[in-house]
Design a protein around this ligand. Sequence first.
Ligand code: ARG
Ligand code: ZN
Length: 882
Amino acid sequence: MHESDRQPKHLSDYAAPDYLIETVDLDFHLEPERTIVHADLAMRPNPEAKAARPLVLDGEGVELISIAVDGKPLQPDEYSATETGLTVPDVPTGPFTLSLKTACNPEANEALLGLYRSNGAFCTQCEPEGFRRITFFLDRPDVLATYRVRLEADKKTNPVLLSNGNPVERGDVEGTDRHYAVWEDPHPKPSYLFAAVAGDLAKISDSFTTQSGREVALNIYVEHGKEDRCDWAMESLKNAMKWDEERFGREYDLDVFNIVAVSDFNMGAMENKGLNIFNDKLVLARPDTASDADYAAIEGVIAHEYFHNWTGNRITCRDWFQLCLKEGLTVFRDQEFSADLRAGPVKRILDVRNLKSRQFPEDSGPLAHPVRPGSYIEINNFYTATVYEKGAELCRMLQTMLGRDDFRKGLDLYFERHDGQAVTVEDFLAALADASGKDLSEFMHWYNQAGTPELACSLDYDQQSKTATLNVSQILPATPGQPNKEPMPIPLRIGLLGPNGDDLPLTLEDGTELSDGLLEVTEREQSFTFTGIPTPPTPSLLREFSAPVRLTQTIDLEQIEFLMMHDSDPFNRWQAAQSYAAKLLTDAARDRYNPEPVKGQGASRLAKALAVTANEEELAYAYRGEMLKLPSESDIARELARNIDTDAIREARETLRETIGNAIHADLAGIYEELADTGPYSPDGISAGKRSMRIAALDLLVGSGKDDELERAAAHYRGATNMTDAIYSLLILAPHDDPRRDEAMADFYERWKDDALVLDKWFAVQARSARPDSVEIVEGLLSHPKFSLKNPNRVRALIGSFANGNPTGFNRKDGAGYEFLAECALRIDKFNPHMAARLLGAFESWRFLEPNREAHAKATLEGLANAELSTDSYEIVSKTLG
Ligand code: ARG
Ligand code: ZN
């Protein structure tokens, strides 16, 4: 480990590159254990850089075989090549060609960055800094070049040879068993968008004609035998291409669009120009192998990577501090796409739930960082919920404040102005401001300030003047390195409900009519007075979740119940149900467990209200299903905020589940029976909604504790004809000590033991199941013959699901869960630091635990800090300890 790797890099130190690269000519001689790369780089000094400097290229573990400048080989004293780079002190002052011959070992590459092997195929992952593991290069996003790539490999084992752009030539290498293919990408791109794939893969093909008439060949490459699992991904791709033309006027720009699915992949997928590489989990789906949630995830991620073609590829980031520029905007775009295709309000609920469960804890813990961080040690650690999901919320707020039309105009200007460039968040905001005429200078605080703002609201009603005044203050919590913060512009969408539940007209004191209920909070403290309010109204605040803030308000249970029955905003109606339950649950789990709140009056009122909503036929099935889901154990932990006892939380939640399951048993059983026939499987929103609602009812029924309800779940599993019904009934059965649980688990294993993606679910269900012996169960599964630490999907399925999806197991009182995670992470850290560091993120909320658990977590973290760690894990552990 080089100590220099542990020095933070700072945004304020940004300097333009000393040299530019115009064209890149790559020739790969692919061999599993020794791949030779010839690179011809057409370079020149950057006119914008200061005086002539030595040429310094990035490299990581690349072996230099030879080097020449303008065709003249360099002597050993004319350059220096190390583990981390290549320096040439003396290069021409004008344009020159640098020729490099290097070697790397894909087979030994277990970090899965650069060129590596997955199931016998060659593939690449270059974002953010993987290209330097393939050859020496200016491996930074502000160096854009056009690429010509020749791939040569054994023909029999690698019939497929792919790279970015369009195919231009292919043929056999005479007198050998080898063949080659040449690809050209006319669009200048940074090295992180480079990709190459070679192997023996099957493909399915289709085509798409763009709005201007370009015919695009679409291919999805998968392992042989998986061809029947690609239809959904292909359909999603075509939907995404069409949607981006209609909604944002963005058209595809090459003759082919290729997707390759691989089974060993650190993240979800990668938007390489014209050659997206995917974790196969986010491509492959068949009704019997993939759940509705998998189908939705595939649709979203296929769209996400496709949308990057404009937001990321045509316009890229100047430096990695600007990662949110492409990720936040592209997540926002994929969320809008999915919302347009399915029930919009349900998509919003799912996105907000995801934001709160993954980003809010990050933002309130030791790893909190701004959406655009000011410093980092290892950029791979910054592919976070903050950069992605909060980044998307910032784009959404911009759209809300500008209005859809001006936001679209702003994006049009952004594309027009910056096509082919590597830019910054400031450039993005300038385009939106210029196109709309709105001053967005204060909005920059959202990008630079970490932490979730608290929006504390109260409503005062004045009988005399018939006015209602909303008092708002924004409280900006201190985060690491940022003790004091500036107030931020916050779009706050609201409604005021009259006595019959209707929205009252909103007229501000100065006569302004708020037809859309949108206020803009800009000060630390601010008041808004509404006139003509006949009686005290019920406030519905932060409708649609119009800003990523933590809303606190003085509101009693009756008012929440009123919103739950009447709010015209579907998001807030759902939120009211959640808040109601959360209030009961936190009252029960705070300090010492007290069953009264989850058994008494309030709990039965909640149950009744849920039954009413669940029976409202005008509401979408999926929406009613969401209404029936109680806040998760981690939702409750977050609400409690400190002194967290995960056992008390679970006990409270299980009791509320029991109370509700009994109180509205007949309604739930009715729903369950009524939705029994969902017909042949279709992933569409309505069918998926029915399944989701039915399973939510089943979950509460089983929660009632009646034995015939457990039988109902077992029968549900046995009768399942699709993965959604199978996996959710298995999940419901999993915590129970019952032969029917063991039978279902064994049946699932027997049926799917040779199908990696489905078997991952079998590992995950056990890892997530709350049992006193979960730690031992998960530990035991580490030595299961089908388990491997080398495959990221399997690691996430077992270890990730345990650490992030099993709060009572991971936070077991004796600290065994923490020790288990630390041991796994240490083993993985030796070969895949990126993966290990991500797992260690599960410790981020340790300071909010009750003292005993907190002490165990601290001891484990200190043990880690004393171990030999990669740079990735070092950054997470040291920052988490604080
Ligand atoms: N840009 C990819 C995306 O679509 C993520 C790639 C991240 N990979 C990594 N090794 N950090 O979100
Ligand atoms: Zn992305």
